[in-house]
Write a protein that binds this ligand. Structure first.
Ligand code: KIV
Length: 272
């Protein structure tokens, strides 16, 4: 059953901004493979993000730092084949946009041309403004990312809630305003107090998408593997678990092994 809003045949930057304007909440989830992306798109999710969280949930790495541009392009390309309605956004990985504007523009261009993404996401505030302005001018839509920015984990030293202190909170709203003025169509707000996310959401024309940032954001995003309960070790408070796929999958694997060991599989009906 599809839960999509019938008004939008395809989700574009214009549609995302219209949704904010009308107060229609935006649903975003991550995908790294064709099958998951097909199911997400059929279910009616508005934005599919090929996040650099691919490093954690697909590659088994501790941080998002090592994932490469070529790997992000590869995953976005396979997701692209499944997505018909949702807007497809790809994360730019660490060091693909930090060195200088020229190199970053080339890398973002590669992402759009080679993967079929419709927008890029990048972490940071003031520092990335000249790049955002160039990209938007060229015609590459940008989604910002403020608050807990996992590519800076070694600077923060922790995945705790960000911007609890007033100076960082003030800076975050300022960064959101500047990104908005530079032309981003949306900003992810990760792991910040609900009241601060509400303030930032009010301060900008673009759509805010929260993860661990409360209900006032214009939309919400979760890592798909987390909301499906695929990692029993990871239970942060902001993740609502909609399924327990770990248990479903483990039980299925055990039944399969047991059926083979007891010669119950394959049956006559499953043979030629
Ligand atoms: O990489 C990712 O999946 C993300 C989301 C958590 C927003 O950045």
């Amino acid at each position: 059953m599809s839960t999509q809003s019938s008004e939008y045949k395809r989700i574009t930057t214009k549609a995302v901004l219209a949704m904010k304007e009308k107060g229609e909440k935006i649903a975003m989830l991550t995908a790294y493979d064709y099958t998951t992306a097909r199911l997400l798109d059929e279910a009616g999710v508005d934005i599919i993000l090929v996040g650099d969280s691919v490093a954690n949930v697909f590659q088994g790495l501790e941080t998002t730092i090592p994932v490469t541009l070529d790997e992000m392009i590869y995953h976005t390309k396979v997701v692209r084949r499944a997505v018909k309605r949702a807007m497809l956004v790809a994360d730019m990985p660490f060091m693909s946009y930090q060195v200088d504007v020229k190199e970053a523009v080339i890398n973002c261009g590669r992402m759009l041309k080679e993967s079929g993404a419709e927008a890029v996401k990048m972490e940071g505030g003031k520092r990335i403004l000249p790049l955002v302005e160039q990209l938007v001018d060229i015609g590459i839509p940008v989604m910002g990312h403020l608050g807990l920015t996992p590519q800076s984990i070694y600077k923060f030293g922790t995945y705790e809630v960000r911007a609890k202190e007033s100076a960082e909170a003030k800076q975050l709203v300022e960064d959101a305003r500047m990104l908005d003025a530079s032309g981003v169509f949306s900003i992810v707000l990760e792991k910040i107090p609900e009241t601060l996310a509400a303030k930032a959401t009010k301060a900008v024309k673009c759509a805010t998408i929260g993860i661990g940032a409360g209900s006032a954001c214009d939309g919400q995003v979760l890592v798909t593997n987390d909301m499906l309960g695929m990692n029993e070790q990871f239970h942060p408070r902001f993740v609502r678990q909609y399924a327990n796929l770990s248990e479903v999958m483990r039980n299925a694997f055990k039944s399969y092994i047991s059926d083979i060991k007891s010669s119950k599989f394959p049956s006559k009906k499953e043979s030629y």
